[in-house]
Design a protein around this ligand. Structure first.
Ligand code: SF4
Length: 391
């Protein structure tokens, strides 16, 4: 089965400061918001569009484009325009293509948002994270709660109907009441989509060096589980469909781009630190600007996309399960049988039976999926045992 990409991820690696939990490949540029101070971004975009231009078009026009970061809303309008023009020229856009862009409070004006919209951006994702100034400060976020409300006002003024809001649970000193307050404020705003991520402690970050998972001021495991269940309860009551472990959407507003990842389908990716997935291989780009520029210069000379790792059949099976089980609809058993054979499906079946008895896994004639919220909550346990068995 040939899986040709029709999605592209674009990494915009600039932030005003680094949040204390973040290990993403980014460059900190402070408060350089005047056009005359945009030079690192202009230079980066220059290399980025070269990378796009040098990449072979595998045949399909783009159905989804996702600008992630970093903070893509630091992009000046003319730079965003340049990237979109290059993508259009190279691949073309399908009718009604979803073009998403991550935005952070305090990094854009109403006018800038309107210009983004005119360029074709039709979905934005606002990184609110929490609705308490003390928590935002503890996390090293560069915005306040007031900035969130200002951002929401701009979204309303521009008429950006399709927008998502990001929240994080399990933050230091965050109480269950504060988490509930953040959820209720988010519901009041009525975004079409909500992402609720649990804090992941990365060793290289200030949080990773300062705190131990499960120990004060981080919540205990039980406390984190309560936060997860509370989000599921409040958001589903408010009419959101819990369509993926960490994502909720009103009917018709699931993120089409992220579904490509969860369905383990091919996609292009461009920019520093970005990883594409094409014809069974992952291509990882360098995580610093200097190395990335060298990489693009190398592409010019050799047309060779190095740094790939070819997936084996077993990798492909594990990825299909691990990503697919994140979705509420789970993984199709007939698709698994067709792709990997009956024997694999019966092995999987016997492995999952104890979790079915526990109520975490639901197995029907057509599919296997995790229950909501308990199966989602203990997905790591289920996925780890699948991983161990199949490795
Ligand atoms: S804004 Fe996002 S990408 Fe930038 S430092 Fe914070 S978490 Fe990382």
């Amino acid at each position: 089965m040939i899986d040709l990409p029709d999605s592209a991820y674009i990494h915009i690696p600039f932030c005003r400061r680094r949040c204390f939990y973040c290990d993403f490949p980014i460059s900190v540029i402070g408060n350089k918001t005047e056009p005359s101070q945009y030079s690192p971004i202009e230079t980066y975009v220059e290399w980025l569009v070269q990378e796009i231009a040098l990449t072979p078009n595998l045949g399909k026009s783009l159905k989804t484009v996702f600008f992630g970061g970093g903070t893509p809303s630091l992009l000046p309008v003319k730079e965003l325009s340049r990237i979109l023009e290059t993508l259009e020229k190279k691949f073309g856009f399908s009718q009604g293509a979803e073009i998403s862009l991550e935005i952070d409070p305090g990094t854009f004006t109403t006018e800038k948002l309107r210009s983004y919209q005119r360029l074709g951006v039709n979905r934005v994702s606002l990184g609110a994270q929490a609705f308490q100034d003390e928590i935002l400060q503890t996390c090293g976020r560069s915005h306040s709660v007031e900035d969130i409300w200002q951002a929401v006002k701009s979204l309303e003024e521009v008429g950006f109907a399709n927008f998502s809001l990001d929240l994080i649970s399990g933050l230091p000193y965050q109480s269950l009441q504060q988490w509930e307050e953040s959820l209720l404020e988010a519901i009041k705003i009525n975004p079409k989509h909500l992402s609720c991520y649990d804090l992941v402690l990365e060793a290289v970050t200030p949080f990773g060096k300062r705190y131990q998972a499960g120990e004060f001021p981080l919540p205990t495991d039980d406390h984190s589980a309560q936060m997860y269940r509370l989000a599921q309860e409040k958001l589903t009551q408010a009419g959101y469909q819990h369509y993926e472990i960490s994502n909720y959407a009103l009917n018709g507003y699931q993120c089409q781009h992220n579904r490509v990842y969860w369905e383990n389908r091919s996609y292009y990716a461009f920019g520093m630190g970005a990883a594409s997935y094409l014809q069974g291989s992952r291509y990882n780009r360098p995580r610093t600007r200097v190395d990335y520029y060298e990489y693009v210069a190398g592409l010019k000379n050799t047309q060779d996309q190095a740094r790939s790792s070819l997936n084996t059949e077993q990798d492909y099976l594990l990825e299909t399960l691990m990503l697919g089980l994140r979705l509420s609809e789970g993984v199709s058993l007939s698709l698994l049988s067709y792709r990997f054979g009956e024997e694999i499906v019966s092995r999987l079946f016997s492995l999952l039976l104890p979790y079915q008895d526990q109520g975490w896994v639901i197995i029907s004639d057509e599919k296997v999926c995790l229950s909501d919220p308990e199966g989602f909550l203990f997905s790591n346990v289920v996925l780890t045992s699948i991983f161990e068995k199949f490795m």
